[in-house]
Design a protein around this ligand. Structure first.
Ligand code: ATP
Length: 364
């Protein structure tokens, strides 16, 4: 295997300023640092427009770098043409040659490099990605999901040390997505590709990635394992962006005794110590972390408004006196709540996150 030759990918203070004549420039990437280990798979997550694709395109050499450095191993690549970077690119928009079949398209680059077993490699990768039936079709006849598998095959077939994938599975149906995702992970491990996958799909990110980089407004908000990001979000954006069902975010007032007032009569204990008493904060509690408490304890009284039974768990939407928005509580399978049920809610102190109401910074 090639895993012995896996290479690190290092990004340092990377910026992209798009300029177009007569128009304001747009600062799409604002100083990114990422240290990706040899053979590691990193998922780049973030909302539309946050700069994910721009980042990948700079690594691939499809977009110029405004400032900063990108290194594969110890080789700096921003001044190299795309073809000399040792980067496999699985972008859907990457054109296939229309007159050639998929098989010829896949073999083309290999043959240009005088790779001897080109045809066998095409066959092998097609089998791994369940696309042998596509090999003799021409690009114009392919569905978007089929094009996507061809793009993936094309990125993988050269065994690049660095692999960049932009939403590689988004057009596949659910069953196929699961199979191709698994195969992609197997291939990635087997060959030791150092990989960045851009995805909107959190499940995909969690199942594929060793670490996640959460991006917003051209900045990496947090880089860590899924557990680190889920259990210890760096700021309000990360807490809100990662997690399904979504975290509850509500206003609260920090009290001098270390509790936070939530709604008219609610109190929660938080482990955050740096919070000025009397100050308004944003309180974040994941639906999974909400527990039932005894009446009279430090807790938040609530009333069930809607209950959804989702088989593996339930979701109760509850109303809290004095709060504008409802909270969502995940309940164990088999526990049925009804509209009008009254509950007392609490959460482990280290799971009650407090954020600066203005900046969104985590208060600890
Ligand atoms: P999506 O998930 O929708 O693809 P993204 O996170 O990949 O979003 P980018 O495509 O990197 O985002 O775009 C980042 C920002 O840069 C966007 O606001 C976009 O409008 C802007 N942008 C992208 N390409 C150009 C360009 N050629 N000229 C000017 N602005 C651009």
């Amino acid at each position: 295997t090639a895993s012995g030759t896996a290479k690190s990918l290092t990004i340092e203070a990377l910026h992209k300023n798009y300029t177009s004549r007569g128009r304001e420039s747009f600062h799409a990437v604002k100083g990114i640092d990422l240290d990706i280990r040899p053979g590691e798979l990193v998922a780049l997550l973030g909302p539309s427009g946050c700069g994910k694709t721009t980042t990948l395109r700079m690594i691939a050499g499809l977009e110029t770098v405004t400032s900063g450095d990108i290194r594969i191993g110890d080789r700096s690549i921003p001044d190299l043409p795309p073809g000399k970077r040792d980067v496999g690119v699985g972008f859907e928009s990457y054109a296939l040659y229309p007159p050639l079949t998929v098989r010829q398209n896949l073999a083309y680059g290999l043959k240009a490099r005088k790779v001897r077993d080109a045809d066998a490699r095409v066959q092998a990768i097609a089998e791994r990605l369940e696309m042998t039936d596509l090999l003799d079709l021409r690009p114009a006849g392919l569905s978007s999901g089929q094009k996507q598998r061809v793009a993936l095959a094309r990125a993988l077939i050269r065994n690049p040390p660095v692999l960049l994938l932009d939403e590689p599975l988004s057009h596949l149906d659910a069953a196929q997505r699961q199979r191709v995702r698994r195969e992609l992970k197997v291939l990635q491990r087997e060959f030791g590709y150092t990989t960045i996958v851009v995805t909107h799909d959190q499940l995909e990110a969690l199942s594929l990635a060793d670490r996640l980089a959460v991006m917003n407004n051209g900045v990496i908000q947090q880089f860590g394992t899924a557990d680190e990001i889920f259990d210890d979000p760096a700021n309000l954006f990360v807490a809100d962006f990662v997690g399904e069902p979504k975290i509850n975010l509500t206003e609260g007032v920090a009290e001098s005794d270390g509790t936070v007032r939530v709604g008219r009569d609610g109190r929660l204990v938080s482990a955050a110590r740096s919070v000025p008493a009397g100050g308004s904060v944003t309180v974040g509690i994941r639906p999974q972390d909400v527990q039932l408490a005894e009446a009279g304890s430090v807790s938040v009284p609530a009333e069930v408004v809607v209950f959804e039974d989702l088989l593996e768990f339930g979701l109760a939407t509850v109303r809290v006196e004095g709060l504008d928005s409802h909270l969502v509580v995940q309940t164990p399978a088999g526990v049925v709540r009804r509209r009008g049920d009254r509950l007392h809610l609490s959460a482990p102190p280290e799971r009650v996150y407090l954020f600066d109401a203005d900046s969104g910074d985590r208060l600890r």
